[in-house]
Design a protein around this ligand. Structure first.
Ligand code: ARG
Length: 579
């Protein structure tokens, strides 16, 4: 159910009947103030200009043509021609009765399922996954869950960085470690960061090691069995590290979704040949470059996009062109969404331009690079350890659970140690995720333990707690979420809660369109807050409440609980019955 769309299509029909073009903007919005009703139609003003008539008069004509009797209890024209609509309580109750039966809650059918490739997480396997990959992983995973819930076909792709010259030095170092009898699991890759640093130091300082590393790059690229084996060993161990983090984070990325950079190797030469043949790539100082006039600087110099290095090596960029072709032609994507930090914005603009010129993307395919800002420390600088190192994701998540445990222990009384540990895990991980997901995607944000673990304001603990409150009510009433009863919406708080419940689809649409999970976070926070006001104003289990009213309010509470649980699940956040 999408009330906004419904009003918009009704308005559109009325506009056409009044001689306006079918694509006239209906400008239906959620009302900014309760006094203005629930929704507004603001399209009369612009439409009146088109018809060269008085906007208020046009609004009146529109209202006459609009058949809203069934859904609206009040339709008012205000100001120069705003149409304010208050929905009928019985109509809202009927919509919610459908939702009570629907595993998709208030969501309608997806009229046109799309195939969407989502490229997210994508750590570089040469190094440990760090906080920089947190945002990509959880924002991407939230989008994926929303799209799937909506009914699109989603193909996850974890474009892991498993290729490039640094692997020469890493496998040369690994070889020496293994030869010295060091156990792979235990020492070599227990700390990837240290391992990388050691290898780099040898590369810079140790005679002969850099040459050996370069030799190993060449050998690796030409398929030498020994180097390949070492590389595979390294990659597999590094992937295991990432997968441990995925599991802690409760994300849906599995082994089967890994489509690493190296997977595109066989496609690279043919793509470069094609770019050359089409006259797009030209030789420049030994390298092959596509010059993009569209992205020229102020002086008019075109933006260079290198697709093959001097000496024949391919780049990150070449791989992304191959990925375009694969996703569009093999996977049949209608839309490709890629999450990386904002510093890669130019890269993806270049990739898209070149891919479109070269026909590596079918025309209808949307290519959405979704950049995100940096996670900052409370000192306002990019988030680092106290000694200035990169913060490892695995350690950060462990700390979150420890801190959550302390917070939950203060609040809870009657949980066993085991239950407490489970609650702490859900709260800790949920807090980190919600804090991130609730921020505007493209801005930098400050990472603050105290803010994210607070039970006040828009936080995971607040929402999880709201869910446990409803669970407690249901326990006291001796029912569960399967309970159903007819709804009657009497008080204003009940009506507002109903309208809010019916805004899930509108919210999800906006989230999916721009890949902005913060809108879902806001929605859930508002829903939980409205529930609290409802609960204060409308007694449920109090002595003397009529059974029909009590059951109706229980039903409304269940719909809120289910929506909270589902909504949090779309963010990859777990709930609990008690805390
Ligand atoms: N591995 C890259 C990084 O850590 C991100 C890859 C994103 N995906 C892509 N198709 N380039 O920055």
């Amino acid at each position: 159910m999408n009330i906004k769309d419904l009003l918009s299509s009704k308005t559109q029909a009325a506009m056409v009947a009044l001689g306006l073009p079918a694509d006239t903007n209906t400008a239906v919005t959620i009302s900014t103030k309760v006094e203005f009703g629930d929704y507004q139609i603001n399209g009369a003003m612009a439409a009146a200009k088109l018809l060269k008539t008085n906007p208020r008069a046009l609004a009146e004509q529109l209202v006459q043509k609009l058949d809203l009797a069934e859904m609206a209890e009040k339709v008012e024209i205000a100001g120069p021609g705003f149409i304010n609509i208050s929905l009928r309580k019985d109509w809202l109750a009927a919509q919610l009765a459908d939702a009570a039966q629907n595993p998709r809650l208030t969501l309608g059918a997806n009229p046109k399922p799309q195939t969407v490739v989502v490229d997210y997480s994508a750590p570089n396997l040469a190094k440990e996954m760090h906080v920089g990959h947190l945002r990509s992983t959880i924002i991407g995973d939230a989008l994926v869950r929303c799209l799937e819930f909506w009914g699109d076909k989603v193909i996850r792709q974890n474009h892991m960085g498993d290729w490039g010259t640094q692997f020469g030095m890493l496998i040369a170092h690994l070889e020496d470690k293994l030869a010295a009898g060091v156990d792979l699991e235990q020492v070599a890759l227990a700390d990837l960061e240290d391992f990388y640093r050691e290898a780099k130091k040898r590369f810079d300082d140790e005679a002969g090691f850099a040459d050996k590393s370069r030799d190993y790059v060449v050998k690796l690229q030409s398929g030498d069995a020994h180097c390949q084996k070492l590389w595979q060993l390294f990659i597999d161990t590094s992937i295991k590290h990432s997968e441990e983090v995925y599991q802690k984070l409760n994300v849906t990325l599995g082994h089967e979704h890994i489509k690493p950079e190296s997977a595109y190797n066989p496609m690279l030469q043919p793509i470069v040949d094609e770019l050359k043949a089409k006259g797009l790539a030209v030789e420049d100082q030994g390298a092959l470059v596509v010059f993009l006039q569209e992205l020229a600087d102020k002086e008019g110099n075109p933006s260079p996009f290198i697709v093959q290095k001097t000496g024949g090596g391919f780049l990150y960029a070449t791989t992304d062109l191959a990925a375009c072709k694969y996703r569009s032609f093999e996977l049949g994507a209608d839309r490709i969404v890629i999450f990386t930090d904002a510093r890669q914005a130019l890269h993806f603009k270049q990739v898209e331009l070149v891919a479109r010129k070269a026909g590596l993307l079918k025309d209808h395919v949307a290519y959405d690079h979704c950049p995100f800002g940096t996670m900052m420390g409370e000192d306002g600088k990019p988030f680092k350890t106290r000694t200035g190192g990169t913060v490892k994701l695995a350690e950060l998540l462990e700390e979150a659970v420890v801190r959550a445990q302390a917070v939950v222990e203060q609040k809870s009384s009657d949980l066993s140690a085991e239950e407490m540990a489970e609650v702490a895990r859900k709260v800790g991980i949920g807090a980190v995720k919600f804090a991130d997901l609730s921020k505007n995607r493209t801005s930098d944000y400050v990472f603050s333990w105290d803010a994210m673990l607070s039970f006040e304001g828009a936080t995971a603990p607040y929402l999880q707690y709201a869910y446990t409150r409803i669970s407690a009510i249901l326990r006291r009433a001796a029912i569960d979420e399967a309970f159903t009863a007819p709804l009657q919406l009497l008080e204003e708080q009940e009506k507002q809660l109903a309208v809010k419940l019916l805004r899930l689809e509108e919210t999800l649409q906006a989230v999916m369109k721009e890949a902005v999970p913060n809108l879902l976070c806001n929605y859930l926070y508002e829903l939980a807050s409205q529930f609290m006001s409802f609960y204060e104003a409308c007694p449920i289990l109090k002595e003397g409440i009529e059974p029909e009213l009590k059951n109706s309010r229980l039903m409304l509470s269940i719909l809120v609980a289910r929506t909270l649980k589902q909504g949090l699940d779309l963010l990859g956040i777990e709930v609990m019955e008690r805390m």
